[in-house]
Design a protein around this ligand. Sequence first.
Ligand code: ADP
Length: 252
Amino acid sequence: DQGRAKAPVPTDRPAHVKRVLAVASGKGGVGKSTVAVNLAAALARSGLSVGILDADVYGPSLPTMLGLSGQPAYEDGAIVPHTAHGLKAMSVGLLTKSDDAMIWRGPMASQAITQMLTQTRWGTEDAPLDVLVVDLPPGTGDVQLTLIQKTPLDGAVIVSTPQEVALADARRAHTLFQRVKTPTLGLIENMSGDVFGRGGAEAEAGRLGVDYLGDLPLDASLRQAGDAGAPLAEGEIAARFDAVAAKVAQKL
Ligand code: ADP
Protein backbone atom coordinates (compact mmCIF):
# COMPACT_ATOMS: atom_id res chain seq x y z
CA ASP A 1 0.00 0.00 0.00
CA GLN A 2 2.68 2.37 -1.09
CA GLY A 3 0.15 4.80 -2.51
CA ARG A 4 -1.41 5.51 0.87
CA ALA A 5 -0.66 8.71 2.73
CA LYS A 6 2.54 8.50 4.72
CA ALA A 7 2.01 8.70 8.42
CA PRO A 8 3.33 11.90 9.94
CA VAL A 9 5.97 11.37 12.57
CA PRO A 10 4.28 12.15 15.88
CA THR A 11 5.85 15.09 17.60
CA ASP A 12 3.81 14.91 20.77
CA ARG A 13 5.89 12.58 22.89
CA PRO A 14 4.89 12.87 26.51
CA ALA A 15 7.66 14.22 28.69
CA HIS A 16 9.48 11.86 31.04
CA VAL A 17 7.92 8.71 29.62
CA LYS A 18 10.34 6.09 28.34
CA ARG A 19 8.02 3.80 26.39
CA VAL A 20 4.44 4.02 25.12
CA LEU A 21 2.61 0.72 24.62
CA ALA A 22 -0.76 0.50 22.87
CA VAL A 23 -3.33 -2.17 23.69
CA ALA A 24 -5.68 -2.53 20.75
CA SER A 25 -8.44 -4.73 19.40
CA GLY A 26 -10.21 -4.95 16.10
CA LYS A 27 -13.54 -5.43 17.86
CA GLY A 28 -15.25 -4.19 21.01
CA GLY A 29 -15.98 -6.47 23.90
CA VAL A 30 -13.05 -8.83 23.44
CA GLY A 31 -11.44 -7.80 26.73
CA LYS A 32 -9.04 -5.12 25.53
CA SER A 33 -9.47 -2.93 28.62
CA THR A 34 -9.29 -5.91 30.96
CA VAL A 35 -6.00 -6.88 29.35
CA ALA A 36 -4.70 -3.29 29.37
CA VAL A 37 -5.35 -2.87 33.09
CA ASN A 38 -4.05 -6.27 34.16
CA LEU A 39 -1.02 -6.05 31.89
CA ALA A 40 -0.21 -2.62 33.33
CA ALA A 41 -0.51 -4.07 36.84
CA ALA A 42 1.74 -6.99 35.91
CA LEU A 43 4.36 -4.64 34.44
CA ALA A 44 4.23 -2.68 37.71
CA ARG A 45 4.65 -5.91 39.73
CA SER A 46 7.82 -6.59 37.76
CA GLY A 47 9.28 -3.42 39.22
CA LEU A 48 8.58 -0.90 36.44
CA SER A 49 6.87 2.43 36.98
CA VAL A 50 3.72 2.27 34.92
CA GLY A 51 0.93 4.58 33.82
CA ILE A 52 -2.27 3.83 31.95
CA LEU A 53 -4.17 6.15 29.65
CA ASP A 54 -7.70 5.16 28.80
CA ALA A 55 -8.16 6.50 25.28
CA ASP A 56 -11.29 4.46 24.58
CA VAL A 57 -13.54 7.33 23.59
CA TYR A 58 -16.41 4.95 22.79
CA GLY A 59 -16.60 3.38 26.23
CA PRO A 60 -13.96 4.38 28.73
CA SER A 61 -13.84 1.60 31.31
CA LEU A 62 -10.78 2.55 33.33
CA PRO A 63 -12.76 4.54 35.92
CA THR A 64 -14.71 1.35 36.73
CA MET A 65 -11.80 -1.06 36.41
CA LEU A 66 -9.48 0.95 38.63
CA GLY A 67 -12.13 2.56 40.83
CA LEU A 68 -11.33 6.10 39.72
CA SER A 69 -13.63 9.05 40.15
CA GLY A 70 -13.48 12.81 40.15
CA GLN A 71 -12.00 15.26 37.73
CA PRO A 72 -8.22 15.26 37.73
CA ALA A 73 -6.41 18.07 39.54
CA TYR A 74 -4.29 20.62 37.70
CA GLU A 75 -0.95 21.80 39.01
CA ASP A 76 1.36 24.27 37.28
CA GLY A 77 -0.59 23.81 34.07
CA ALA A 78 -0.26 20.03 34.12
CA ILE A 79 -2.88 17.37 34.75
CA VAL A 80 -2.09 15.37 37.88
CA PRO A 81 -2.96 11.74 37.13
CA HIS A 82 -4.83 9.61 39.62
CA THR A 83 -2.82 6.94 41.36
CA ALA A 84 -4.56 3.61 41.82
CA HIS A 85 -3.18 0.16 42.57
CA GLY A 86 0.34 1.41 41.96
CA LEU A 87 -0.52 2.83 38.54
CA LYS A 88 -0.72 6.42 37.36
CA ALA A 89 -4.01 6.64 35.54
CA MET A 90 -5.97 9.01 33.32
CA SER A 91 -9.17 8.39 31.39
CA VAL A 92 -11.28 10.23 28.85
CA GLY A 93 -14.09 9.14 31.16
CA LEU A 94 -12.83 11.54 33.84
CA LEU A 95 -13.15 14.52 31.55
CA THR A 96 -16.88 14.29 31.01
CA LYS A 97 -19.79 13.66 33.33
CA SER A 98 -20.18 9.92 33.64
CA ASP A 99 -23.60 9.64 32.05
CA ASP A 100 -22.93 12.02 29.19
CA ALA A 101 -23.34 10.36 25.86
CA MET A 102 -19.90 10.53 24.40
CA ILE A 103 -20.03 11.22 20.75
CA TRP A 104 -16.53 12.07 19.69
CA ARG A 105 -15.61 12.80 16.18
CA GLY A 106 -12.14 11.87 14.99
CA PRO A 107 -10.37 15.22 15.34
CA MET A 108 -11.97 15.93 18.71
CA ALA A 109 -11.12 12.52 20.06
CA SER A 110 -7.53 12.70 18.95
CA GLN A 111 -7.18 16.21 20.36
CA ALA A 112 -8.47 15.07 23.74
CA ILE A 113 -6.13 12.09 23.77
CA THR A 114 -3.11 14.11 22.68
CA GLN A 115 -3.87 16.53 25.49
CA MET A 116 -4.11 13.80 28.10
CA LEU A 117 -0.97 12.21 26.75
CA THR A 118 1.20 15.31 26.70
CA GLN A 119 -0.26 17.44 29.46
CA THR A 120 -0.43 14.81 32.16
CA ARG A 121 2.46 14.66 34.57
CA TRP A 122 3.23 10.97 34.02
CA GLY A 123 6.76 11.23 35.28
CA THR A 124 9.35 13.74 36.36
CA GLU A 125 12.92 14.30 35.33
CA ASP A 126 14.12 12.46 38.42
CA ALA A 127 11.51 9.72 38.23
CA PRO A 128 10.52 9.09 34.62
CA LEU A 129 7.73 6.66 33.87
CA ASP A 130 9.02 3.39 32.42
CA VAL A 131 5.91 2.40 30.48
CA LEU A 132 2.70 4.18 29.56
CA VAL A 133 -0.01 1.74 28.50
CA VAL A 134 -2.60 3.29 26.16
CA ASP A 135 -5.98 1.56 25.99
CA LEU A 136 -7.09 2.44 22.45
CA PRO A 137 -10.69 2.58 21.23
CA PRO A 138 -11.67 -0.71 19.57
CA GLY A 139 -11.84 -0.95 15.82
CA THR A 140 -9.84 0.09 12.81
CA GLY A 141 -11.66 3.15 11.53
CA ASP A 142 -10.68 6.77 11.06
CA VAL A 143 -10.69 7.63 14.75
CA GLN A 144 -8.19 4.88 15.46
CA LEU A 145 -6.03 5.79 12.48
CA THR A 146 -5.90 9.48 13.41
CA LEU A 147 -5.10 8.54 16.96
CA ILE A 148 -2.27 6.17 16.24
CA GLN A 149 -0.84 8.57 13.68
CA LYS A 150 -0.64 11.27 16.31
CA THR A 151 0.40 9.15 19.26
CA PRO A 152 4.03 8.20 19.56
CA LEU A 153 3.64 4.46 20.08
CA ASP A 154 6.67 2.25 20.62
CA GLY A 155 4.75 -0.98 20.27
CA ALA A 156 1.28 -2.50 20.21
CA VAL A 157 -0.37 -5.55 21.67
CA ILE A 158 -3.52 -6.78 19.93
CA VAL A 159 -6.22 -8.60 21.88
CA SER A 160 -8.56 -11.01 20.11
CA THR A 161 -10.96 -13.77 20.93
CA PRO A 162 -10.32 -17.06 19.11
CA GLN A 163 -13.14 -16.86 16.53
CA GLU A 164 -12.47 -16.06 12.90
CA VAL A 165 -14.64 -12.90 12.95
CA ALA A 166 -12.53 -11.42 15.72
CA LEU A 167 -9.29 -12.58 14.15
CA ALA A 168 -10.13 -10.90 10.86
CA ASP A 169 -10.44 -7.64 12.78
CA ALA A 170 -7.18 -8.32 14.61
CA ARG A 171 -5.53 -8.64 11.20
CA ARG A 172 -6.89 -5.22 10.25
CA ALA A 173 -5.54 -3.77 13.48
CA HIS A 174 -2.11 -5.18 12.66
CA THR A 175 -2.29 -3.65 9.17
CA LEU A 176 -3.17 -0.29 10.70
CA PHE A 177 -0.09 -0.43 12.95
CA GLN A 178 2.07 -1.40 9.99
CA ARG A 179 0.88 1.71 8.19
CA VAL A 180 2.18 3.91 10.99
CA LYS A 181 5.31 1.80 11.48
CA THR A 182 4.44 0.79 15.02
CA PRO A 183 5.67 -2.74 15.72
CA THR A 184 3.00 -5.23 16.74
CA LEU A 185 4.66 -6.90 19.72
CA GLY A 186 2.19 -9.74 19.64
CA LEU A 187 -1.32 -11.15 19.83
CA ILE A 188 -3.13 -12.20 22.99
CA GLU A 189 -6.03 -14.65 22.89
CA ASN A 190 -8.71 -13.74 25.41
CA MET A 191 -11.77 -15.77 26.39
CA SER A 192 -9.90 -18.81 25.18
CA GLY A 193 -11.62 -22.15 25.78
CA ASP A 194 -14.74 -24.18 25.33
CA VAL A 195 -17.17 -21.41 24.38
CA PHE A 196 -15.18 -19.57 21.72
CA GLY A 197 -12.62 -22.19 20.82
CA ARG A 198 -8.91 -22.13 21.30
CA GLY A 199 -5.73 -21.57 19.32
CA GLY A 200 -7.11 -19.14 16.72
CA ALA A 201 -4.92 -16.23 17.79
CA GLU A 202 -1.77 -18.34 17.89
CA ALA A 203 -2.40 -19.56 14.35
CA GLU A 204 -3.16 -16.01 13.23
CA ALA A 205 0.03 -14.68 14.84
CA GLY A 206 1.93 -17.30 12.85
CA ARG A 207 0.26 -16.17 9.63
CA LEU A 208 0.99 -12.50 10.34
CA GLY A 209 4.55 -13.20 11.39
CA VAL A 210 4.09 -11.64 14.82
CA ASP A 211 4.63 -13.17 18.23
CA TYR A 212 1.96 -14.97 20.18
CA LEU A 213 1.93 -13.69 23.75
CA GLY A 214 -0.40 -16.22 25.37
CA ASP A 215 -4.01 -16.92 26.17
CA LEU A 216 -6.42 -16.07 28.95
CA PRO A 217 -9.43 -18.23 29.70
CA LEU A 218 -12.90 -16.95 30.49
CA ASP A 219 -12.57 -16.49 34.20
CA ALA A 220 -15.09 -15.21 36.72
CA SER A 221 -12.45 -13.72 39.03
CA LEU A 222 -11.12 -11.59 36.19
CA ARG A 223 -14.55 -10.14 35.46
CA GLN A 224 -15.29 -9.62 39.15
CA ALA A 225 -11.98 -7.85 39.69
CA GLY A 226 -12.79 -5.51 36.81
CA ASP A 227 -16.22 -4.74 38.19
CA ALA A 228 -14.80 -4.24 41.67
CA GLY A 229 -12.24 -1.71 40.47
CA ALA A 230 -8.99 -3.58 40.98
CA PRO A 231 -6.64 -5.54 38.74
CA LEU A 232 -5.98 -9.13 39.80
CA ALA A 233 -3.00 -9.18 42.14
CA GLU A 234 -2.41 -12.90 42.54
CA GLY A 235 -3.47 -16.34 41.39
CA GLU A 236 -3.27 -18.23 38.14
CA ILE A 237 -4.63 -15.51 35.88
CA ALA A 238 -2.34 -12.87 37.43
CA ALA A 239 0.57 -15.25 36.77
CA ARG A 240 -0.44 -15.42 33.11
CA PHE A 241 -0.36 -11.64 32.93
CA ASP A 242 3.09 -11.72 34.58
CA ALA A 243 4.27 -13.99 31.77
CA VAL A 244 2.79 -11.72 29.09
CA ALA A 245 4.29 -8.66 30.81
CA ALA A 246 7.75 -10.25 30.83
CA LYS A 247 7.56 -10.89 27.07
CA VAL A 248 6.25 -7.40 26.35
CA ALA A 249 8.86 -5.66 28.53
CA GLN A 250 11.59 -7.52 26.73
CA LYS A 251 10.40 -6.42 23.30
CA LEU A 252 9.45 -2.84 24.07
P1 ADP B 1 -13.25 -4.32 25.64
O1 ADP B 1 -12.31 -3.34 26.26
O2 ADP B 1 -12.60 -5.14 24.57
O3 ADP B 1 -14.55 -3.73 25.21
P2 ADP B 1 -13.60 -5.30 28.34
O4 ADP B 1 -12.21 -5.48 28.83
O5 ADP B 1 -14.35 -4.10 28.78
O6 ADP B 1 -13.63 -5.41 26.75
O7 ADP B 1 -14.39 -6.64 28.69
C1 ADP B 1 -15.77 -6.77 28.45
C2 ADP B 1 -16.38 -7.55 29.59
O8 ADP B 1 -15.89 -8.87 29.58
C3 ADP B 1 -16.03 -6.99 30.96
O9 ADP B 1 -17.13 -7.15 31.81
C4 ADP B 1 -14.87 -7.87 31.43
O10 ADP B 1 -14.82 -7.97 32.84
C5 ADP B 1 -15.24 -9.20 30.80
N1 ADP B 1 -14.07 -10.01 30.49
C6 ADP B 1 -13.02 -9.69 29.68
N2 ADP B 1 -12.15 -10.71 29.59
C7 ADP B 1 -12.64 -11.71 30.38
C8 ADP B 1 -12.20 -13.04 30.72
N3 ADP B 1 -11.08 -13.56 30.23
N4 ADP B 1 -12.97 -13.76 31.57
C9 ADP B 1 -14.12 -13.24 32.07
N5 ADP B 1 -14.59 -12.02 31.79
C10 ADP B 1 -13.87 -11.27 30.94
